[in-house]
Design a protein around this ligand. Structure first.
Ligand code: ADP
Ligand code: MG
Length: 346
């Protein structure tokens, strides 16, 4: 890890960590809280019902774990494993066990979503400037040339060895935060924590219920600001992909950071956001990106074929759609309160 980043993280930790200081939660539940800057976002971690010392200790371990994952998975950090893989010159490279596991899961999601999620989309994302913030609209010819190297089936994972043909590059950005959430839940549970919530740049993941035994209430962000809904969950990840999260405008057209791998252009599927409620963060993260690309009809088909998760889609026409598993736990709110909400059944 770069020294400056390390110092910055330390500074943030010392400013924002602490126990028993949350105004919104009864003191008797001993909330311990920490904020960490990583993966280009702010992460907030809270564990409950731990003695202050133990609570801070588990949060410090969690922060270290996040830093490890960031250092492993970053596409831009020249010391990361993904960077090494992307610069392997077409030769087989061996992966750490963690990267191998995450990549295997990500490739399985790419396959099951028919390539709506594609972990080799990176050269296209870079051409649009989403990796640096130097935004531009590439020429159609440039995009079609780049698309020739976008194909997750060309990432050949055999055991711990991965071969990427020259020109093919990996980016696990669409699943990394979800995977991180899963690792944090595991770390917390292993330390004896039974009630915890993390927010990883918009992804929310929870361990158990609130310390008083009631479900967590998670707000669904409205694309126009404020909240569009409230969701009650226990032991779940809630992960949203939306065009409004990162985008730029040129000549009156808005370009978003979620790319349709079949065109090379930002996804235009009629959705403003796709939220997945799943047991595992990595699945929720991969599917939120994929279902956003798919749009409503294909998302419904995908859910009917798998239904081991639930979703909420906010559509551009002002309607909302959710799967039946959320019937008793989700309600629209604020500006969306009176919008039509359709329930999808098996
Ligand atoms: P975020 O990480 O901003 O919360 P997502 O989980 O939806 O949002 O991931 C979007 C990121 O994944 C983009 O910034 C880009 O790096 C990458 N990406 C964009 N489109 C795709 C895609 N179709 N498949 C895989 N990765 C993608
Ligand atoms: Mg995602």
């Amino acid at each position: 890890m770069k020294l400056s980043r390390f110092l910055f993280v330390l500074l943030i930790l010392s400013m924002l960590s602490g126990c028993g200081d949350s105004a919104s939660t009864a003191e008797e539940y001993n909330p311990c809280r920490m904020e960490v800057m990583a993966m280009d976002t702010i992460m907030s971690l809270t564990v409950y019902n731990q003695p202050a010392e133990e609570g801070m200790e588990v949060l410090r371990k969690a922060a270290t774990r996040i830093e490890e994952l960031d250092a492993l998975l970053s596409v831009t950090d020249e010391n990361s494993e993904i960077y090494r893989v992307n610069h392997g010159g077409g030769e087989a490279v061996s992966l750490s066990e963690e990267t191998r596991q995450l990549l295997a899961e990500a490739l399985a999601l790419c396959g099951s979503t028919g390539g709506a999620l594609d972990v080799t989309i990176y050269p296209v994302v870079r051409a649009w400037g989403f990796t640096t913030g130097d935004y531009r609209v590439p020429e159609a010819a440039e995009l079609s040339a780049l698309l020739a190297d976008v194909d997750y089936t060309r990432a050949a994972l055999e055991g711990e060895r991965l071969t990427l043909p020259e020109g093919v590059e990996l980016d696990l950005g669409a699943v990394a935060k979800g995977w991180t959430g899963d690792q944090l839940m595991e770390l917390f549970a292993g330390a004896g924590v039974t009630s915890a919530i993390v927010e990883l740049g918009g992804n929310v993941q929870t361990l158990g219920a609130k310390p008083d035994g009631t479900p967590w209430r998670v707000a669904l962000q409205a694309p126009e600001g404020g909240y569009a809904g409230v969701l009650e969950i226990v032991d779940k990840a809630v992960i949203t992909s939306g065009g409004y999260q990162r985008c730029f405008e040129q000549d009156g057209v808005t370009y978003i950071h979620i790319i349709d791998p079949s065109t090379g252009y930002p996804a235009e599927s009629g959705l403003v956001s796709a939220t997945i409620v799943a047991d595992r963060g990595v699945q929720g993260d991969g599917l939120s990106t994929a279902l956003f690309v798919m749009g409503r009809e294909k998302a419904e088909d995908y859910w009917r074929a798998h239904h081991d998760f639930d979703f909420i889609l906010l559509c551009e026409d002002g309607t909302a759609v959710m799967t039946e598993g959320l019937e008793d736990s989700f309600s629209l709110y604020g500006g969306w309160e009176d919008s039509p909400l359709e329930i999808i059944r098996k």
